[in-house]
Design a protein around this ligand. Structure first.
Ligand SMILES: [Zn+2]
Ligand SMILES: [Zn+2]
Length: 359
């Protein structure tokens, strides 16, 4: 068949001092290889990572730079060796676009921890081509990093599952959220609202922690069994020794963040997993061995998730009818979405819809 010729252009950062002023710019995609899938983008979510990268909070970014890694679209062309996809399929792409596919992690469904992992934007392929994200007309990706969207899930809903959804699904699954487990979700934003819904669907008893009392009603609607107002003094005291797992999505660590008090809420060998990634200068608060010894707790991290986990997550969303709470905007309004994420105004994720001529 004669594939439609895609143009590669997107809303790009060209001047870091004006981080929301993105201009439509052409870019060179990766070379099309036999295992690659070419996708016409229909939707892209707006992630906190996009804000950290565009504001240069994680260090100097490449220029021009198209952000966005919560991508949904339609397959337009596939390479000769692609086995999973055909033109017309609805698919997603998340925050990772490549890895070595050879190392121990890659061969054990931990490709998200490959030392040669390639981010979907602001990174480089081995041949030097810069990766560009989803505020764009199109993207090319190796099929390992392309995910089929089930018929029952609309693309606008699937888009934000690719990063926000996966980033919290992975640690919930890894650390055993399920029946009989008490799971705390700290920070109810894009990631946190997914975490509450996933943990509940997995069968856990869910404790939602929010700094924003106006979100208490939302937390209940999302399925939380308990909602804790973190603005209340010593809110952790009644929960001492209770939780098996805390998933923290907080991505700004306040100077006086009482991390040791948060850890006191964990049951024996409970885990505190931080999924939000603050700016480079914003460290976790210091801990003392005393803070870990009382309940034998563990503090850990997590980084997106694997294809295996994405497929499980999409099946959970499909079978339980879980959908994110989103606000849709045309891509040209990306500045409004970025400001909304930065100011924590979004309930609970912006999804940009395609509006570039020629897309
Ligand atoms: Zn993200
Ligand atoms: Zn690898």
């Amino acid at each position: 068949m004669c594939a439609k010729q895609l143009q590669f252009k997107g809303y790009a950062l060209t001047d870091p001092s004006r981080w929301t002023d993105l201009k439509i710019t052409e870019f060179k995609p990766k070379n099309f290889e036999p295992e690659d899938v070419e996708i016409a983008i229909t939707h892209c979510g707006v992630c906190g990572s996009d804000v950290h990268t565009l504001t240069q909070g994680w260090g100097e970014s490449k220029l021009p730079l198209v952000a966005g890694h919560e991508i949904a679209g339609k397959v337009v062309r596939v390479g000769d060796k692609v086995t999973e996809f055909k033109p017309g399929d609805r698919v997603g792409v998340g925050a990772q676009i490549g890895s070595c596919l050879q190392c121990r992690a890659c061969k054990s469904h931990y490709e998200n921890y490959c030392p040669k992992a390639i981010d979907t934007y602001n990174a480089e392929y081995p041949d030097g081509i810069v990766t560009q994200g989803g505020y764009a007309t199109a993207i090319r990706a190796h099929e390992r990093y392309v995910f089929p969207i089930p018929d029952e899930i609309e693309s606008r809903h699937a888009a934000t599952m690719m990063c926000a959804g996966l980033t919290v699904y992975s640690p919930l699954k890894t650390w055993g959220a399920g029946p009989g487990k008490k799971v705390g979700i700290m920070g109810i934003g894009g990631l946190g609202h997914y975490a509450v819904m996933w943990a509940k669907a997995m069968g856990a008893e869910v404790y939602a922690f929010t700094h924003d009392p106006s979100k208490i009603g939302d937390c209940q609607k999302l399925g939380a069994d308990h909602v804790i107002d973190m603005t209340e003094k010593e809110f952790w005291k009644p929960l001492a020794g209770t939780l098996d797992l805390i998933i923290s999505t907080i991505d700004v660590f306040e100077k006086n963040m009482p991390l040791s008090s948060y850890l006191s809420m964990l049951y024996v060998h409970g885990k505190f997993i931080t999924c939000g990634i603050p700016d480079a200068s914003n460290h976790l608060p210091p801990l003392h061995s005393f803070d870990l010894g009382g309940n034998g707790c563990l503090v850990g991290g997590s980084h997106v998730g694997s294809k295996k986990e994405i497929l499980e997550m999409l099946e959970l969303a499909r079978s339980k009818g879980i959908r994110p709470w989103i606000e849709e905007l045309p891509m040209k309004d990306v500045a409004k979405a970025l400001e909304g994420v930065k100011d924590n105004k979004v309930h609970y994720r912006y999804v940009l819809t395609q509006d570039i001529d020629g897309a």
